[in-house]
Design a protein around this ligand. Structure first.
Ligand code: HEC
Length: 117
C-alpha cells in the first residue's frame, strides 16, 4: 500500500511539473491529495485508504458542526506538530519537516472550504 501510494504521489508530482498550476487554492488542493487524502480521504470524509490501519479514525473535515468548534490555531498546531501537540493521538503525523507555515495555512483554508460558512 505504501508503495502504491508513493507511485501515486510521484504521478501527481509529475503532473505538477508537466502542467504547472497557479494559485494557492490549487496548490492546497494538490498538497491535500498528496499528503492528507490517504487518511482524511480525497473529499475529506476521514475515509482515506490508510484510515483502516489506524487506531484512531481520521477527522471527518465535512462534519461542519464539529469543525466549527476547532480553531485555526489548533489546526495549525495539529498539522505542524502532529496529533500529540493538541492532545490528539499520534496517528496524526507531524508535518513540521515537510510543509512550510504558508503551506500549512493554505491547507487550513482548504479544509475550511469544505464547510462553507
Ligand atoms: C497517517 C494518517 C494521517 C495523515 C497522513 C494525516 N492525518 Fe490529519 N489526522 C489523522 C488522525 C488519526 C487525526 C486525529 C483525529 C481525531 O483524534 O479525531 C488527525 C487530525 C487532524 C487534524 C486535527 C483536527 C482536530 O480535531 O483538531 C487536522 C487539522 C488534520 N488532521 C489535518 C491534516 C492535514 C492537513 C494533513 C496533510 C498534510 C493530514 N492531517 C494528514 C490522521 C492523518
Amino acid at each position: 500500500m505504501a508503495r502504491l501510494y508513493s507511485v501515486f504521489a510521484s504521478m501527481l508530482l509529475g503532473m505538477l511539473t508537466v502542467f504547472p498550476m497557479t494559485g494557492a487554492a490549487q496548490d492546497a488542493s494538490l498538497l491535500f491529495k498528496v499528503y492528507c487524502a490517504r487518511c482524511h480521504g480525497f473529499s475529506g470524509h476521514g475515509d482515506g485508504a490508510d484510515a483502516g490501519t489506524l487506531k484512531t479514525q481520521p477527522r471527518d473535515f465535512t462534519d461542519c458542526k464539529l469543525m466549527r468548534t476547532i480553531s485555526s490555531d489548533t489546526m495549525f498546531k495539529a498539522i505542524k506538530g502532529g496529533g500529540t501537540a493538541v492532545n490528539l493521538p499520534s496517528d496524526m503525523p507531524s508535518w513540521s519537516a515537510g510543509l512550510s507555515d504558508d503551506q500549512i495555512n493554505s491547507l487550513i483554508a482548504y479544509i475550511r472550504g469544505l464547510c462553507p460558512q
